[in-house]
Design a protein around this ligand. Structure first.
Ligand code: SF4
Length: 369
């Protein structure tokens, strides 16, 4: 007799046993993944109670983006309900155990590890509350502080766990010059998408030498991920979000495991999402430090002049913001981000979106598939 029992939180899930594909924990993940893609519902069979490979399959499928219904079938106990739910299952079809209300009863109110079903681990909730309080305090104390002072405070607060991110674009020299003066040992992360203008790479080398940057770290896409997602190198033509994901968000997510805070070069006058930037932000995962948030375009120009900073060679050609060559054009409007993803709604690549970075960090690799 099969007892088809839905979880309390997912009992609205559709089910059609005749159409459901079924796999087992013994199957290679690559085969399971291929079957799962495009399937609206997938059943994972637990052939015996002591075989937990079905849990791993579910987690790996969820981490790689499987959005369909996952059903656990086989030798299961009600005590496993909570773990099944955390592994990403929506439904249970136990064919050996009688119906029991215990399937629907939560066993634990909190979890300690992240899981595909999105339950917030207790440690993260505690850390988040402490970080938000710290950020609120820093913003109260340093709302009007200079970029130097904000960088000094941030590198003191997050010693050894802070980095900066630079595109080596038109305004990058300003933030990097402050960093080189105040905390030159701070890692400078550079996302080498493989799509930069040659002028940008030359400019990066020029700034490293001029400012004496000691710790520039180049982050590249994972070669296997890239081969899977963008074998022809033309993904930007059809799906810029996916292209930015594999070339920027994922490499950054992997690197950010080592850091609690990130210094950015964003400014309020960039507009859009950046209009209300505070010097310190907590995004739910990490602290973002925006020492240049309050600078005006005139002040940026003055800093270039005063410090005799070199300009990006394309700045004089009408490019106010420079990223990858397929997605950068000379500006036609007044905004400093104009010219990026021209003709699309897109204004940001996703690297400052904590939900994307966190999702990418949890998706370990596509190497198995
Ligand atoms: Fe791809 Fe364009 Fe994003 Fe660069 S900016 S990663 S080319 S979509």
């Amino acid at each position: 007799m099969r007892n088809d029992l839905a979880f309390a939180l997912a009992d609205q899930a559709p089910g059609n046993d005749n159409a459901t594909l079924e796999v087992t924990g013994a199957m290679p993940f690559a085969d399971v993944f291929r079957l799962a893609m495009g399937a609206e519902e997938l059943a994972i069979r637990f052939e015996k109670f002591g075989d937990g490979r079905g849990f791993s399959l579910a987690v790996m499928l969820r981490e790689r983006g499987y959005k369909g219904v996952l059903k656990a079938v086989g030798d299961l106990l009600p005590d496993q309900a909570g773990l099944l739910r955390r592994a990403g299952f929506d439904r249970i079809a136990s064919d050996v155990k009688p119906a029991s209300p215990r399937w629907k009863r939560p066993h634990f109110s909190h979890a300690y590890q992240p899981s595909p079903n999105g339950d917030e681990p207790a440690w993260r909730a505690r850390t988040a509350a402490a970080r938000q309080a710290k950020v609120d305090e820093l913003n109260r104390r340093y709302a009007d502080a200079s970029p130097d002072e904000i960088i000094a405070v941030a590198t003191r607060e997050f010693t050894g766990r802070i980095a900066t991110l630079s595109s080596f674009g038109t305004e990058a020299a300003v933030g990097l010059s402050f960093l080189a003066r105040v905390a030159p040992e701070t890692p400078v992360l550079f996302l080498d998408t493989g799509m930069h203008f040659a002028q940008t790479l030359d400019y990066r080398n020029q700034l490293v030498e001029k400012l004496g940057l000691q710790n520039v770290i180049t982050l590249e896409p994972d070669a296997r991920e890239l081969a899977g997602a963008d074998p022809a190198g033309k993904l930007f033509e059809s799906d810029t979000a996916a292209c930015c994901d594999v070339r920027k968000v994922r490499p950054l997510a992997r690197a950010m495991v080592a850091f609690d805070a990130l210094i950015t070069g964003r400014k309020r006058y960039h507009g859009g999402e950046r209009s209300d930037l505070q010097p310190f932000e907590f995004d739910g995962e990490r602290v973002k430090v925006n020492p240049l948030a309050a600078l005006s375009p005139k002040e940026v120009t003055a800093i270039f002049r005063t410090l005799d900073l070199p300009q990006h060679p394309m700045a004089a050609q009408g490019y106010p913001s420079i990223g990858c060559w397929p997605c950068t054009a000379p500006a036609e409007g007044d905004g400093t981000r104009d010219g990026r993803w021209a003709g699309q709604d897109r204004t940001e690549c996703g690297i400052f979106d904590p939900s994307l970075v966190e999702r990418a960090a949890r998706t370990r690799s596509y190497r198995l598939i």
